[in-house]
Each structure stands twice: as structure tokens, then as C-alpha cells.
Design a protein around this ligand. Structure first.
Ligand SMILES: C[S@@+](CC[C@H](N)C(=O)[O-])C[C@H]1O[C@@H](n2cnc3c(N)ncnc32)[C@H](O)[C@@H]1O
Ligand SMILES: *[C@@H]1O[C@H](CO)[C@@H](O)[C@H](O)[C@H]1NC(C)=O
Ligand SMILES: *[C@@H]1O[C@H](CO)[C@@H](O)[C@H](O)[C@H]1NC(C)=O
Ligand SMILES: *[C@@H]1O[C@H](CO)[C@@H](O)[C@H](O)[C@H]1NC(C)=O
Length: 237
């Protein structure tokens, strides 16, 4: 549940009351607290939150938003909360977009939040075609996307990045990157049930796809989670 109340005295200023739903609390606790830490061996609080915040610019695009956890946490910090940021949220579904928008505005009411329904494996929609961003994030996105061709998202979205901009992201890799028998079985189960689509996802394939589209690519494996950062988009391929 979220409600955006327009403050009539000050046009354009919004007071947002954000009440997390039961499902969004489950998501934050199970996916971000438990699974990432104990299964995928990559903590949200000490690894992913600082990684998200490090390259968050004032003209940001977040793709695959779910509950809006990472931008909401980053925008809660001192200085960030008061700043005039602009953030565009992209997701396949409108519900996470609306919930994430309300959550971000409840933390940082001076932020401009735009929401766009789009599939990252398709060319960016018209609403994005003339936009550029100084930073783009794709957190926990690729392990949810089916199909062997999903990494084309880098090619499709790199032109939305400004010349000096930076793309960051993280994704849980497949069975060959399991660190123990337990997370091997867990990721196998997640694929069998259809929660994840990452059984064949490998570090090398992400690196190759990123290097095809960016001149500078850095990756780090934390447990079975791959963190990536790419800059200098290649413009003519
Ligand atoms: C596991 S959530 C991750 C959300 C958030 N970034 C985080 O780390 O907590 C994945 C999100 O990506 C969205 N998504 C899945 N496939 C997508 C696609 N092809 N294009 C855009 N968004 C997609 C889902 O709707 C969901 O909100
Ligand atoms: C991203 O953040 C790191 C750490 O602060 C910094 O060294 C790097 O220059 C940043 N990259 C860009 C393109 O802003
Ligand atoms: C929004 O920005 C204005 C002007 O910079 C500032 O005075 C105000 O405190 C900010 N609002 C919040 C909630 O931080
Ligand atoms: C994008 O920019 C071009 C050239 O400035 C303009 O003709 C076009 O209408 C714009 N498209 C959108 C969707 O704003």
C-alpha cells in the first residue's frame, strides 16, 4: 500500500506515506537479508548497499526495481535525502514501479521520480530514447530473466549512458559458481521452480557481453554473486 498526497499549499511538493505491504516485507527479509547473505554469500548491508551508493549519480536509471530497496536506502542518507536527485525507474510491471516510487519519495521528497514500464531485453521505449543518465543500475535483475539472449540488455541500454557515466549491477550466477552443496541445490531448486533463470549464467559470459559494449569493465565475485561496473560505452557496435 502506498499513498501519495498532494500538498495543496505548495504545488508540486508531495508528502508521501509509504506503508510496505506484507509481500514487500517478505521480499526485503527473504531475498535481500536471508538469501543473499546465507545462500548467495553476498551481504546486502555491507557489500551491495555501499556498492549501489558508490556510483549513484543525480541523474540515475534503476532497472528492475522490485521494492525499490537500494535507491530508498541510498536516498535516506544525510545529504542525499535533501538533494535534488532525478531517478528513472524501469520495470516489466507497473506495481513495483509505483511502490518503489512512493518508497523513494518517502525518504527523499525532493527527488524527481519517473517510472517507465519496459522490458530490458527489448529496445528502450520512446519515453527513454532521448534520455541520458550519469549512472545506471541493474541489481539482482539478470538471474530473474529467462532466455540465453538476455545479456543483449547491455547493448540495448548502453546508449542511455552519458560518456562519463557508469553502469553497475549484481546478479546471482548459476550452478557452476556454487560455493557449497547447499547453495548448489538451492539455486537448482530455484531454477526448477522458476523463481530464477540463471542455471547456466557464468562470470565469463557476463564479462564478454560487458566488454563488447564498454571499454572499461570491472567484475568481482562475492560468493556466487557477480558484481559488475562498466564505463566508457562503445558507441559504434
Ligand atoms: C529480484 S527483483 C530485484 C529488484 C531490486 N533491484 C533489488 O535488488 O532488490 C527483479 C526485478 O526485475 C524485474 N524484471 C524482471 N525481468 C525484467 C525485464 N526483462 N525487464 C525489466 N524488468 C524486469 C522484476 O519485475 C523485478 O521487479
Ligand atoms: C565509481 O565509484 C568509485 C568509488 O568511489 C570511483 O573510484 C569511480 O571513479 C566511480 N566511477 C565513476 C565513473 O564515477
Ligand atoms: C528540499 O530542498 C529545499 C531547497 O533546497 C530544502 O530547503 C528542503 O529542506 C528540502 N526538503 C527536504 C525534505 O529535504
Ligand atoms: C527525440 O529527439 C528528437 C530530436 O530532437 C525529436 O525529433 C523527437 O521527437 C524526440 N522524441 C521524443 C520521444 O521525445
Amino acid at each position: 500500500m502506498y499513498t501519495t498526497i498532494q500538498n495543496n499549499q505548495t504545488p508540486g511538493l508531495y508528502t508521501t506515506i509509504y506503508t510496505p505491504t506484507f509481500l514487500s516485507i517478505i521480499y526485503d527479509v527473504v531475498v535481500l537479508r536471508f538469501n543473499l547473505r546465507y545462500m548467495w554469500r553476498c551481504r546486502t548491508d555491507t557489500v551491495l548497499e555501499p556498492f549501489f551508493a558508490e556510483n549513484l549519480s543525480r541523474r540515475h536509471l534503476d532497472i528492475g526495481v522490485a521494492t525499490g530497496y537500494f535507491p530508498a536506502v541510498a536516498f535516506s542518507r544525510p545529504f542525499r535525502a535533501e538533494a535534488k536527485h532525478s531517478i528513472t525507474l524501469v520495470d516489466l510491471n507497473p506495481d513495483p514501479l509505483n511502490a518503489a516510487k512512493a518508497r523513494i519519495l518517502s525518504k527523499a521528497s525532493n527527488t524527481t521520480v519517473e517510472t517507465i514500464v519496459a522490458d530490458v531485453t527489448e529496445p528502450p521505449p520512446k519515453a527513454l530514447q532521448n534520455s541520458t543518465f550519469d549512472s545506471i543500475s541493474m541489481f539482482n535483475l539478470f538471474h530473474c530473466i529467462p532466455g540465453s539472449d538476455k545479456l543483449k540488455a547491455f547493448r540495448l541500454y548502453k546508449d542511455l549512458l552519458a560518456d562519463g557515466g557508469v553502469l553497475t549491477g549484481c546478479t546471482v550466477l548459476g550452478g557452476s559458481h556454487a560455493t557449497n552443496w547447499f547453495n548448489y541445490l538451492y539455486v537448482k531448486l530455484y531454477n526448477r521452480v522458476g523463481i530464477f533463470h540463471n542455471w547456466n549464467d557464468k562470470k565469463e559470459d557476463f564479462e564478454r557481453a560487458l566488454e563488447e559494449n564498454f571499454e572499461e569493465v570491472e567484475t568481482t565475485l562475492v560468493g556466487m554473486t557477480l558484481l559488475f561496473r562498466a564505463t566508457k560505452p562503445r558507441r559504434f557496435c
